[in-house]
Design a protein. Sequence first.
Length: 598
Amino acid sequence: MTRISRLAPCSTCGVRPVGYRGRGECYTCKPKFIRCAQCGVGRVGYPGREHCYECKPKYNSRPIAPCRRCGSSSLYYAAGLCRRCHRCAEWVDSCRDCLAWGTTRHDGWLCQACLGWHRRHQVGRCASCQRSVTVNERGFCRLCSRQAHLVRPAHESIDVALANRHGQQLFIADTFRQKRPDPAPAMTLRTAWPVGYPVAYRQLAAFDAARDLAAVYPGDRLEPPIPALARSLDHIAADYGRAHGWSESLSDNVRRGIRILLCTQDTPGAPITASQAGGLVHVPSKSVTAVLTVLATVGMLEDDRPAALEEWFARGAHGLPEEMREPALLWIRILRDGSSTRPRTHARDVEHVRKLTRCLLTVLHDWHAQGHRTLREIDRALVLAALPHHNPYRRADTALALKSLFTVLKARRIVFTNPAARLPTAQPSAKLPLPMDTEPIREALADPDTARAAITALIAFHALSNRQVRELQLTDVRDRRLHLHGRVIPLAGPVRALLGAWLDERARRWPGTINPHLFISAHTAVRITPVSSGWISRYRAVPAQAIREDRILEEARITHGDERRLCDLFGLTVEGAQRYTRTINPRTIDGEFYSTRT
């Protein structure tokens, strides 16, 4: 063996000197252990040797000692244990229940799905494969149940033993992590679902032609190509409308729209695309959203609509060159969905992404007007010149958008340098809240519209935010208290009276609705979704944030700046409470706030 001097450079990085005399790597690049020179898997058994225990030359016929934990006479590792039992051995094997590849000894050679299977079920003999493993209440193991799920047609039951008669399809461990859909409302189907639908194939058209669905309205004389499928969808739409409190006219319009879509399909029995259903906007009924909801409930919808954020960006980026639009669209998708590759980031709120994108679009249009066609032409001077100076909040948002954009593009090697590196993005200090005129609030509380009065009362008395008002459900108001995100708030007397008037109005206008939210509109009464923020804004006299700040500021004045009470009553953080107490007690010492109350 050639001895290597400690002054020689590392054979891996070529920069740092070797760490040990006789080795070729430095301390940073040296492996955790030296692998066998013959098999390349096991670790070297003795210092100064090149082979593991199994590959070392045998000078006698003495066998290797068996593993003292499992008794295996092969795969010896160290300390009397084999690779499967030693805690430092890198050994991956199959799951001992479902045989999925990719498990380790740390979970007892079970995948994550089988660990949950063990917690819910008991050990027994599988009725299909006859193995003694954990079985469900029907008597089948997870491997046989998974195989039956893979081969089961849509809307059809299948015998598990029959599905496993030709063997099972093995898989990689922990790859079945689909998001569970929201449970659909219970419906009673008066007809059985036809077997084999929706079909898995699709007949391609020679060319795409625009369809005028208004020409076939109302479609009563059209004969659907698959009568059994049309009859089942018709009954499902009627049951769905009855369960959600639809009016008779809305239910008829939805059933008529589904019939028209079935009769104008290129591939009968295939899932109906959302773009095809969008043609119903020209039909007098205009029940597109309700039609899409019913089709999605039974798995007959293929949603091919682009994301709303991307459509909004495409309208705002109209006129920009493709070299600017495509990198910006990639950045938007990474912010919205998150990324597990460099640069790693969590998924952000859509409204936050929209605010940053609005700032970025202004800068991109300015750069395009100056003659730039690609983001690779942008340097540090252009980035600094693009920051607005008249509004400090707008400047901070623009700096954050540019810094995030070029960080993503530099990591994806779309630009050569990052001109926004080390760009300051600190937000300016928050403005101190000021009291507001209460006359508009008094007028809103006395408004004959019960919805407007109740919304204003919740914000004015209990300082709820816009989102909290939208997401309130009927079960959150009980026992004269408001249960909100782990906090229990006693409702004020005027608030209880106004909420009672609104609930009476709600029950009178929509007696059959099943929407669980407290505030609903004519649009959401036939659904289970909350109202939009625009609907809440139309029922307020002044912005919700201004009313909320005025209420918290009044509480801080009455309590002489008690931060603990503000945090408990309104769910604020300590920093958020200090924003209001500084208005009451503005004394500071060395930058720190101190209350004047003894």
